[in-house]
Design a protein around this ligand. Structure first.
Ligand SMILES: *Cc1c(COP(=O)(O)O)cnc(C)c1O
Length: 309
């Protein structure tokens, strides 16, 4: 996408570290400059962000699963002649359509929800303009990033169940997030042993479903669910690092989006993330089983003296 658009500047926030890695390569090759996404219009003017440049948002964002208002950035990008690109990996088709609020190009890691079975690598661009599509097709041929036919076949198998999977996974994530957030908000009481364990282990939970002040645009942007990934902060690095190995249903792995639930101590893959952060990718298992597994995991981590000492 960036090879094709060849902008001089790109407004971008946090998000997937690999995207920043690609921008770093282009900076080396042709001097591409980063501009802070959340700066105001005056700062964007000062940075020279203008025609042909790119405003790139990732929503919901990796790793926290929190969402950004696409329509807001579409308006700001388009009024200065910029192209709005949206990494919608965490909000695949079935959950949101970034073209509706104004995206020009949508990008997905097809490896995640679109593949959905943790068995293919694939990147997807959807573009608003037909001329872009033709040029991208030609440039891809020369760059060589063409998907193998076996992966194409696996991808076609996967899209047949895409909507079913992501809506189920998203609904389960929302239930787990609400369960955690309710426990954290509660004062506890006599015989609330489970809630006490959750409060002792968990510091914070983050997910788009908790963005109560944003629901006026968020419900429109994500009418079918807020995405299957969320973040749990445990109270110490030691607890967060040990927690995945206490779980029986969740596998400890990077990547996400498959039908099986995964959890990752995120610091392992991304050194810009707090050491207490666990990223959870909810699969299609029964949500009651996932909840029970997390609860016994909190208790196990609290009982492990090598962790709590
Ligand atoms: C994983 C991921 C990517 C890159 O995907 P690959 O399949 O590794 O190419 C891009 N953006 C986000 C938000 C991701 O989570």
């Amino acid at each position: 996408m960036l090879v094709h658009l060849n902008p001089r500047r790109i407004a971008i926030g946090g998000g997937y570290h690999g995207c920043h890695g690609v921008i770093g390569i282009l900076t080396k090759l042709n001097g591409l400059q980063k501009v802070a996404l959340h700066d105001d219009d005056a700062a964007w003017n000062a940075a020279g962000l203008g025609k042909g440049d790119v405003v790139h948002i990732e929503t919901p964002i990796n790793p926290t699963g929190e969402a950004t208002d696409i329509a807001h950035f579409a308006e700001r990008a388009h009024k200065r002649g910029c192209i709005l690109t949206v990494d919608a990996t965490f909000g695949p088709p079935g959950l949101q359509d970034p073209f509706a609020p104004g995206a020009d190009i949508i990008m997905h890691s097809g490896t995640k929800y679109i593949g959905g079975h943790s068995d293919l690598l694939c990147g997807i661009l959807a573009v608003r303009r037909n001329d872009w599509w033709k040029e991208l097709w030609t440039e891809r041929l020369h760059l060589g990033s063409v998907m193998g036919s076996f992966e194409g076949w696996l991808g076609l198998r996967s899209v047949r169940t895409l909507e079913l999977r992501v809506q189920r996974q998203s609904a389960s994530a929302e239930r787990l997030v609400a369960w955690l957030a309710d426990a954290l908000a509660s004062k506890g009481g006599a015989e609330d042993e489970d809630g006490d364990a959750m409060r002792k282990a968990v510091l914070r939970v983050q997910h788009a479903s908790l963005q109560k002040d944003d629901m006026h645009w968020l419900k429109k942007q994500m009418p079918n669910g807020f995405g299957p990934v969320f973040v749990v902060w445990l109270r110490s690095m030691e607890m967060a690092r040990a927690f995945p190995s206490k779980l029986k249903l969740f596998q400890h792995a990077t990547s996400l989006g498959g039908v099986e639930s995964l959890i990752e101590w995120r610091r392992m893959s991304d050194d810009s993330v707090d050491v207490r952060v666990l990223r959870v990718s909810v699969g299609v298992e029964a949500v009651e089983d996932l909840q029970a597994d997390m609860l016994q995991g909190f208790k196990a981590v609290l009982a492990d003296e090598s962790v709590t000492r």
